[in-house]
Write a protein that binds this ligand. Structure first.
Ligand code: 13P
Length: 358
């Protein structure tokens, strides 16, 4: 195992104020999002959507890594250029989702366990040959009065640790993603309690499986009240709860925490990440960054609607969200940054002063 190379890649993945773009939706997930917007659920529509994303002008100013899906890493632009080449040429590090999905867990109604360990070593080697430098595995933990169960947390944490060890053996930085879901009416406090238990269990298993913490990235949920909880908290409250929970459970050797967005509205995800960095950045042992899918892609998807004529406007919206989240990493995201147009705004937000409202 080339320890230094893993550490260097992990650091490069969140260099400066950049973050990660998750574009690794499985075909069923991608189709579901297309269906809601009336976009055809075809290979060609998925390819066109990915071409729109990877060819977004100046994306590399705010995005340091992109997570691809098995279909996408093999796809090309219309002119035949492989997506992976387009990404690398833009200065973005390519990664790949390697789990094969969360499946119903036997004996555990309402809970899921993520599969994909069988044959993983060989799949990882193929992805490395294709140019991937990091890999992602997502576990999902549902919250209700009597779940998550210990069995579900343990099974998912062990799978995450075994996947992470295989990644490091193959020279891929593992992006470890245990997601406590937002669905449900649970409170912020309950999310905090579950997230802490999940993270403690994950790090126990990572230790047992000899995963080198300096050469990995943690991709957790923010600590949030459930979507239907009547008490929705302000960004500062979310920032406090999230950082408190992470400090209890995440070792300081981990270089980066890159949050998933989990279905939060895009602007709220930026505001909450911003609040964490404003209040705590100087005191944190790890960088607090983003690895969003919906909170970067969704506004662009809604503008695109599968139509060639909308590509440029959709790319501006995509760049805009990436730029807002880079500002949130610096702790300089605010309403003025949000109002900047995607086309004209530099990624460091430096034109905010005196900028024209759009
Ligand atoms: P969201 O940001 O939409 O939650 O997606 C992140 C991700 O990678 C899901 O696996």
């Amino acid at each position: 195992m080339n320890t230094q190379a893993l550490i260097d890649t992990a650091k490069a993945m969140v260099a400066g104020d950049k973050g990660l773009l998750a574009m690794d939706e499985s075909n069923p997930t991608c189709n579901k999002r297309f269906a809601k917007l009336g976009i055809p659920q075809t290979v060609e529509a998925r390819r066109a959507c990915r071409e729109l994303i990877v060819t977004t002008p100046r994306l590399g100013e705010c995005i340091s890594g992109a997570i691809l899906y098995d279909e996408t890493i093999r796809q090309n632009k219309k002119d035949g250029t492989p997506f992976i080449k387009v990404i690398i040429d833009a200065g973005i590090i390519p990664g790949i989702k390697v789990d094969i999905g969360a499946k119903e867990m036997a004996g555990h109604p309402g809970e899921k366990v993520t599969e994909g360990l069988d044959g993983l070593r060989d799949r990882l080697k193929e992805y490395v040959q294709m140019g991937a430098r990091f890999a992602k595995w997502r576990a999902v933990i549902a919250v209700d009065d009597d779940i998550p169960s210990r069995g579900c947390i343990e099974a998912n944490a062990q799978a995450l640790a075994r996947y992470a060890a295989l990644c490091q053996e193959t020279a891929l930085v593992p992006m470890v993603e245990p997601e406590v879901l937002m669905d449900g009416g649970h409170t912020l406090e309950r999310c905090c309690e579950v997230t802490e238990e999940v993270l403690r269990t994950v790090f126990n298993h990572l230790y047992t499986q000899r995963v080198m913490l300096e050469g990995m990235i943690l991709k957790p949920n923010m600590v949030l009240p459930g979507l239907t909880c009547p008490k929705q908290e302000a960004a500062d409250k979310v920032a406090d709860a999230t950082v408190k929970c992470l400090l209890r459970a995440v070792p300081a050797a981990v270089p980066v925490i890159a949050f998933l967005s989990g279905g939060q509205p895009a602007e709220l995800a930026s505001a909450r990440l911003n609040s964490m960095n404003v209040r705590f950045k100087a005191r944190m042992p790890w960088a607090l960054a983003f690895s969003f899918s919906r909170a970067i892609q969704q506004p662009a998807l809604e503008i695109w609607q599968g139509k060639e004529a909308n590509v440029l406007a959709a790319q501006q919206a995509l760049y805009h969200r990436a730029m807002c989240n880079a500002a949130a990493r610096r702790g300089t995201y605010d309403a003025a940054v949000e109002r900047l147009g995607g086309e004209s705004a530099p990624c460091d937000g430096s034109s905010v002063k005196g900028s024209v409202d759009k």
